[in-house]
Design a protein around this ligand. Structure first.
Ligand code: ZN
Ligand code: ZN
Length: 250
């Protein structure tokens, strides 16, 4: 876990943007070069950023590692006030399947997505109901926690990615989680050394889920991170998201 203790001052937490995509992610804008990202992070006064390009399948690891090596070299040659972690947005794509299983690949920050259900090859829940996807999600997360595979869960519990597939509203899955279930899974993650991301994109889809997760998690003392899920330069800065978060969750 990068942050080992919970920070509940949103302005303090917003000095870390631990979810940024570079041009190596096909979905990011061409402007997301290493140099542009670092400049944007410096201008925003960030203390730490994590570069987390997508990696879906274990077969993609050689290319992913090459890209990380390029980013690491650039980072090591650079003199910047901003601390830069070379990580990845890895995939927990089934109840017993995740990107780095059985691999000794070293990475500086393991951000794991467990809800990219729209991606080819991802295991789906047994039934096409919110309840079934919630139970499926618990199994996926518990497998990651058992192996201590993740530093942070990206856009956790959020159902935005099921919206298009199922024709559900963005908050249908979030509303399916009871408070006691949220508390249980947040605590299990924390106990395994895993943090929970307050993700800007997920927030715009289902702000109430983040509000509930935050208030329950704060009571329990779990660790949160802020991740902008930046695919364009204007989203490197966490300021506007931090203000929206404060208005909603505090
Ligand atoms: Zn994601
Ligand atoms: Zn992402």
């Amino acid at each position: 876990m990068f942050l080992t203790e919970g920070i509940y001052d949103i302005d303090e937490l917003a000095r870390f943007n631990l979810h940024i995509h570079t041009c190596f992610s096909g979905c990011a804008k061409d402007e997301m070069t290493f140099e542009n990202i670092v400049k944007a992070a410096e201008d925003a006064g960030l203390q730490t950023i994590a570069l987390c390009d997508h990696i879906y399948e274990p077969e993609d690891l050689p290319e992913f590692n090459q890209n990380c090596e390029i980013l690491r070299r650039k980072r090591d040659e650079l003199d910047s006030k901003v601390k830069i972690l070379i990580g990845g947005e890895f995939s927990c794509y089934g109840t017993d399947m995740y990107t780095l299983k059985g691999s000794d690949i070293k990475t500086e920050y393991r951000l794991y997505a467990q809800n990219h259900f729209h991606v080819t090859g991802w295991q789906q829940a047994e039934e096409k109901t919110p309840e079934a996807y919630k139970e499926h999600t618990k199994k996926m997360l518990r497998n990651l926690f058992k192996d201590k595979a993740a530093d942070t869960i990206a856009h956790p519990l959020n159902g935005t990615y099921l919206r298009k597939m199922m024709g559900w509203e963005a908050d249908v899955l979030g509303n399916c989680w009871r408070d006691d279930e949220i508390a249980e899974i947040l605590k299990e993650g924390y106990d395994s050394g895993c943090a929970w991301e307050l993700n800007a994109a997920a927030f715009s889809g289902d702000p109430m889920l983040i509000k509930r997760m935050y208030s329950i998690g704060k009571e329990l003392g779990v660790v949160f991170t802020i991740g902008m899920d930046a695919h364009r330069l204007e989203n490197v800065n966490t300021k506007d998201f931090a203000e929206a978060l404060k208005r909603t969750i505090l």
